[in-house]
Design a protein around this ligand. Structure first.
Ligand SMILES: [Zn+2]
Ligand SMILES: [Zn+2]
Length: 219
């Protein structure tokens, strides 16, 4: 995984081709705001790597629509006055489309606890009422690495998650290999099986008090 500083440099490079002159200052300020935040950087990287309309534009504001277990549903407002919905976690960002196209997949609606896509549209229809997405800060109650909230599961692969078998760091101990009877984890089926085993063993949720004092994302 790239460090946050490397990711930020990549975004700066992409922005050189993507941002209209008149929007450059505001776009650069937003990059500074999210410059040490993995969620914000993943979002900006995705936007500038594949401009939604394929023509020059910039991210002017990011608003939080919903958040659960380190997965963020974010509304992007652009310098050209367009809007897009993104799903973002510490692994990356995925564009869902315009707010009108909305969040339609049942799996995602259920995950965030929305009754239907109209419930999402009611929120995105009044963006000024949504809070601005704030970057992670040390006094936040979220997991410093995957941004799960107190009592929520980490994003699988988060280095802060504690192993229920040995109480070590789940991404560093060998328990997952022992439990799966393998010496490498390459297939998706193995990840699914690991998740089942973790849940049987009693997967350990994020607790602020267990949180290490380091950002944990520069691995
Ligand atoms: Zn975490
Ligand atoms: Zn372990």
């Amino acid at each position: 995984m790239k460090t946050l500083a490397e990711r930020k440099k990549e975004i700066e490079f992409l922005m050189g081709y993507a941002v209209p002159e008149a929007q450059a200052e505001a776009a650069a300020a937003l990059l500074e705001k999210y410059g040490a935040d993995v969620i914000g950087l993943n979002l900006l990287h995705s936007f500038y790597l594949r401009l939604p309309e394929g023509s020059e534009d910039s991210v002017s504001t990011v608003r939080l629509v919903a958040r659960r277990q380190g997965v963020f549903l974010l509304l992007v407002l652009t310098g050209n006055a367009l809007q897009y919905l993104y799903l973002v976690n510490r692994e990356g960002a995925h564009i869902l489309g315009t707010p009108a196209e909305g969040l339609v997949e049942r799996e995602f609606l259920d995950f965030f606890g929305f009754a239907d896509s109209a419930a999402v549209a009611a929120l995105t229809g009044k963006p000024e009422r949504l809070q601005e997405y704030e970057p992670y800060s040390a006094d936040s109650d979220l997991c410093p690495s995957c941004h799960a909230d107190e009592g929520e599961y980490h994003t699988l692969g988060c280095p802060v998650e504690i192993c229920p078998w040995c109480n070590g760091q789940l991404t560093y101990c060998n328990c997952r290999f022992i439990k799966l009877g393998t010496d490498s984890m390459e297939r998706e089926a193995q990840v699914d099986r690991l998740l089942e085993l973790l849940e049987e063993a009693g997967r350990i949720v994020f607790r602020k008090k267990d949180s290490p004092a380091y950002p944990g994302t520069d691995d």
